[in-house]
Write a protein that binds this ligand. Structure first.
Ligand SMILES: [Zn+2]
Length: 654
C-alpha cells in the first residue's frame, strides 16, 4: 500500500515506540468509554492525541477507523446512504507536492489529465460534520457523521441552525454535506466564557432541548448525489444557487494553492469569524477523482492541507503564582515544550484561581494546551491526572503577605509588595511619557531597594544605575535625562501618574477644569464635594479621596523633592486663558490639550460662561457648541487661528 505520509524508514527510538504504544492503548480506551456513554475526555483532547499518534506512526492500525464513534445517547441512530469518509492529511508544502505528483502519475497512467493544473481548494472548517437530506426540495433529515457508517439523527436541532434552507429553489431530492460551526462573533455574544467554539458546537448541536442551536451555523461543501456535475466547482456553484451557505473556495494550479495556503496561514485565518484548521484540496474533475479511487476508505484525489496545530497535549512541570502590578495573582502552568501554531510553547495561562480549582489541575497532569484565535497559550483542560491537585497559595510569592480572595481572583493587598511597587513605578514612567525605561530596569531598582516610590526616582545617582547588572554609565545618563526632560509635570499628568484606582488622566483633567487647580485644593476636598461634580458621582469620588489620602505622605515627599505639578494659577504664556476643542482636528485631542496645559492654559470639556476660546475644524461651524459659544460671547477659532494665537503669545509649536 502506498500511503502519502512521511513514514518511518528506520525503527523509531524506544522512547517514541513507547509513546506510540501508550497513545494507541489510550485511544482505544477512550473510544470504549465513549461507546459506553461516559466519555473520559473532550473531543478536542481526543483529536489532539489522535493527531499526535498520526504524526508518529501514520499507518498505525488504531487510526484505520474513521472519526470518533457514536456516543450512546437518546438520539436515534441512522445509517448514511453513502458512508461519510474522512480525508488523508498533509502538513507541509513538500507533502502536498508529493501527494499531487503521485496523483498526477496515477491519473496520467490511466489516460486522464494531471490534476496539478486543475485543483479545487476550500477552507477546512473545524466543526462537526453533518449530512443533510432534502426530499422534493424540502428539508427532511440531518445525521451526524458518527463513525462514518452510522450517525445520530439530530434533524430538529439542525433545522434551527443558520445557513440551512428549509426549502430548495428546485424540487430536488439530494444529500448534502456540511460542517456545523460556532462563529466567533456568536460565541462572544451568546456563549460568554466559552473558549473553544468546536466543543461548544458539538455539545450544543446534541442538546435534547435544542437550546442554543439557533446560534450555530452550517456551511456546506459537498454533494453526495448523482447530479449532473463534472467538477467540484460546479458542485459548489450549485449549492450556492440552492441557498446553502458555503466556505470560501477557489480553483487553481498547485502553485496557486500553495500561495493561498501561505496567505491563509500568515494572515487570512486570524481574521476569519470562524475557525479553520487547514484547507481541503481536491482534484477539481470528478472523473479524475473516480480514477484515483479510495485507499482505506479515504479518497486519494483529496487531502486535508492542515495548518500547524493549535492544541496539543503536554505535561505540567510546575505551576507559578505570579503577583502582577495591580496585586492580582495570575497562575501559569509551565509545561514540557510543545510546538503550537509555529511557536514553541512552555508557559500556558491558567487565568485565575477560580479556573485552577475548576480544572483540578496539578503538577504531573497531562493537559491540553491551546493557542486558538491568536490569544496567549492557555490550558484548556486536564486530559489525565498524573499528580496531586495544586493547592493555591495562601501567601504572596513576592512578599509573603496573606492573600485575599476577590471573586475568581487572589489578590496581594500589601502596598509594599515589590510587585505592587514595580506596578506603581511603571505607571509613573508611562504616564509622564519617559522613554528608555524598561520593565527589567524597574525590577532591578526595586529589587535593589533603590526605589520604593516615584519620588525615589528623582533621587537616583547615575552611579547607582550604572552599577546594576548589564547597565553602565551610558544607560544611566540616558534614563535620568529622560526623567528630568519631562519636568515640570502638569497637574493632570502628575495625578494620573500616581496610578490611583479610578483616577486616570480624563478624570484628573475634569477635576482641574472644575476648579481643583492645585494639589493642595484636591487634598483638602471631601467626598461630598467631589461627588457634586457632574461626571464623577459618589463611587468615583470616594475612590479618589481615599486614594489621595492613602498616598498623601508620598505626594508630600514628591513635592519636597521639587516635583511640583504645574497648575493653571502659575505663570505660562497661556495663563488665565481657557480653551475647548471640538470636532475633527488635524492633531490628536490629547496633544492639543497637553500643549495648552503645559503652557499654563486651561482646557474645558464643554462650553461655559468661563470659556474664552472654542477651537473647531471650521470657524463658521453651526454646531450646538458653536451656537452656545456665540451666545456667551466666546471667541470661535479654527485651527490656524488657534496656532497663530498661541504662537503670538510666545508658545513654540513643533
Ligand atoms: Zn505581595
Amino acid at each position: 500500500m502506498t500511503h502519502l505520509h512521511h513514514g518511518w524508514d528506520k525503527q523509531p527510538d524506544p522512547a517514541v515506540r513507547a509513546r506510540i504504544d501508550e497513545l494507541a492503548e489510550r485511544i482505544e480506551r477512550y473510544r470504549a468509554s465513549y461507546y459506553a456513554g461516559k466519555p473520559d475526555i473532550s473531543d478536542a483532547a481526543y483529536d489532539a492525541l489522535e493527531d499526535e499518534l498520526r504524526d508518529l506512526d501514520p499507518t498505525h492500525p488504531v487510526l484505520a477507523r474513521v472519526g470518533t464513534p457514536v456516543a450512546v445517547t437518546e438520539w436515534e441512530k441512522a445509517r448514511h446512504e453513502i458512508p461519510m469518509g474522512s480525508l488523508n492529511k498533509v502538513v507541509n508544502e513538500a507533502e502536498l507536492e508529493a501527494w499531487a505528483a503521485r496523483c498526477d502519475e496515477l491519473v496520467v497512467k490511466e489516460g486522464g489529465k494531471a490534476i496539478s493544473d486543475d485543483l479545487f481548494v476550500a477552507e477546512k472548517l473545524d466543526g462537526i460534520s453533518i449530512e443533510v437530506i432534502y426530499r422534493d426540495g424540502k428539508y427532511a433529515d440531518a445525521i451526524t457523521r458518527g463513525d462514518g457508517i452510522m450517525g445520530e439523527r439530530i434533524s430538529p436541532n439542525v433545522a434551527r441552525m443558520r445557513g440551512v434552507p428549509q426549502k430548495l429553489k428546485e424540487k430536488l431530492t439530494l444529500s448534502v454535506r456540511g460542517e456545523i460551526i460556532l462563529k466567533l462573533s456568536d460565541m462572544k455574544k451568546s456563549f460568554p466564557g466559552v473558549a473553544n467554539p468546536r466543543n461548544a458546537a458539538a455539545g450544543t448541536s446534541k442538546r435534547f432541548d435544542g437550546q442554543g442551536c439557533e446560534h450555530l451555523t452550517v456551511l456546506f461543501y459537498d454533494l453526495a448525489d448523482h447530479l449532473d456535475v463534472t467538477t467540484e466547482e460546479q458542485k459548489i456553484t450549485f449549492l450556492r444557487k440552492q441557498g446553502f451557505g458555503t466556505p470560501w473556495t477557489a480553483k487553481g494550479t498547485l502553485k496557486d494553492v500553495l500561495g493561498i495556503y501561505r496567505k491563509y496561514a500568515s494572515e487570512i485565518r486570524a481574521g476569519l469569524d470562524y475557525e479553520i484548521d487547514g484547507l481541503v484540496v481536491r482534484a477539481n474533475s470528478t472523473a479524475a477523482q473516480t480514477l484515483l479511487g479510495e485507499v482505506n476508505r479515504r479518497p486519494r484525489g483529496a487531502t486535508a492541507f492542515k495548518f500547524a496545530s493549535q492544541a496539543k497535549v503536554s505535561k505540567v512541570v510546575e505551576i507559578l503564582w505570579d503577583t502582577g502590578p495591580s496585586g492580582r495573582v495570575t497562575p501559569v502552568a509551565i509545561v514540557e515544550p510543545v510546538e503550537l501554531a509555529g511557536a514553541t510553547v512552555q508557559r500556558a495561562s491558567l487565568h485565575n484561581v477560580g479556573n485552577v480549582r475548576a480544572l483540578g489541575i496539578g503538577v504531573g497532569d497531562e493537559v491540553l494546551v491551546s493557542r486558538r484565535n491568536d490569544v496567549i497559550p492557555y490550558v484548556e483542560e486536564v486530559v489525565e491526572k498524573g499528580g496531586k491537585t495544586e493547592q493555591p497559595p495562601t501567601r504572596c510569592r513576592r512578599c509573603s503577605a496573606e492573600l485575599v480572595t476577590s471573586g475568581e481572583y487572589l489578590l496581594c493587598r500589601n502596598q509594599a509588595c515589590p510587585a505592587l511597587v514595580e506596578g506603581r513605578i511603571h505607571n509613573w514612567i508611562d504616564a509622564i511619557g519617559a522613554l528608555e525605561w524598561g520593565d527589567k530596569l524597574i525590577e532591578q531598582l526595586v529589587e535593589a531597594k533603590l526605589v520604593k516610590e516615584p519620588g525615589d526616582l528623582y533621587k537616583l545617582k547615575p552611579k547607582q544605575i550604572a552599577d546594576l547588572e548589564r547597565r553602565g554609565d551610558k544607560i544611566a545618563k540616558k534614563v535620568l535625562d529622560e526623567l528630568t526632560s519631562r519636568l515640570p509635570l502638569t497637574l493632570p499628568v502628575f495625578l494620573a501618574a500616581l496610578g490611583i484606582e479610578g483616577f486616570a488622566i480624563q478624570t484628573a483633567r475634569l477635576l482641574v477644569a472644575s476648579g481643583y487647580t492645585t494639589i493642595e485644593k484636591l487634598l483638602a476636598a471631601t467626598e461630598q464635594e467631589l461627588a457634586g461634580i457632574s461626571g464623577l458621582g459618589p463611587i468615583k469620588a470616594g475612590m479618589i479621596v481615599r486614594g489621595l489620602q492613602g498616598r498623601k505622605a508620598e505626594i508630600e515627599r514628591l513635592i519636597a523633592q521639587g516635583i511640583v505639578p504645574v497648575t493653571q494659577e502659575q505663570e505660562g504664556p497661556l495663563a488665565g486663558m481657557s480653551f475647548c476643542f471640538t470636532g475633527a482636528l488635524s492633531r490628536p485631542r490629547g496633544e492639543m490639550t497637553n500643549l495648552v496645559e503645559a503652557n499654563g492654559g486651561r482646557v474645558l470639556s464643554g462650553v461655559t460662561k468661563e470659556l474664552n476660546y472654542l477651537v473647531s475644524a471650521e470657524a463658521d461651524s453651526t454646531s450646538s457648541k458653536a451656537q452656545k459659544a456665540k451666545k456667551y460671547g466666546t471667541v470661535l477659532l479654527d485651527e490656524a487661528g488657534f496656532f497663530k494665537l498661541i504662537q503670538d503669545k510666545g508658545v513654540t509649536v513643533s
